[in-house]
Design a protein around this ligand. Sequence first.
Ligand SMILES: [Zn+2]
Length: 201
Amino acid sequence: MCHDFLFDATFWQDLSKLDQFAAEQVRKEGCPHCGARLHSARYPRKPRGVNRSVLGEQYECRFSYCCEKDGCRKRCTPPSVRFLGRKVYLGVVITLICALEQGLTPRRKAHLIDELDLWPQTFARWQQWWREHVPGTRHWQSLRARLLPGSGAEPLPDALLRQLTADDLAGRVSRFLQLMMPLTSASCSRSVRLDQFPQKM
Ligand SMILES: [Zn+2]
């Protein structure tokens, strides 16, 4: 599999636009607890593994909101195709390297881990996350019933990534992360409609 798109600024910008689109939908609907207006309260982020010059400064924060109403003031962090919860590495990297794992020679894998500035322990934790945490979530169970009916215990992320169709691997990874969005936020379970995204990804 070719992962050259990791070094393509356009790929990363497109993901940013999707996040922006999702965040705007969440903002328009207001606080999920009381319906009051939401104010921007972005989280600063320092994603690792991909060069800042490729990512651009948009990757230095994650969209997040705070309810304006006294007595509520709750946080609402929209789901994201870029950030998987609080993980320091971007969702693309976490998905790709775990999916590639089975097809990689030990030498190639070591090279990629090095290239992404990744600790082997971190990599092991991600695998555990995909294999033990995600399959137990309600979101994944409903997704599996819809997209992979009758499938066994094939490991994630491979099982789903293989099933998706797009022009290239970059497109499949992007689609995969769109499907995984509900897992990326604990404070905002509101679903977003990316099928209304105005640009073709
Ligand atoms: Zn509120």
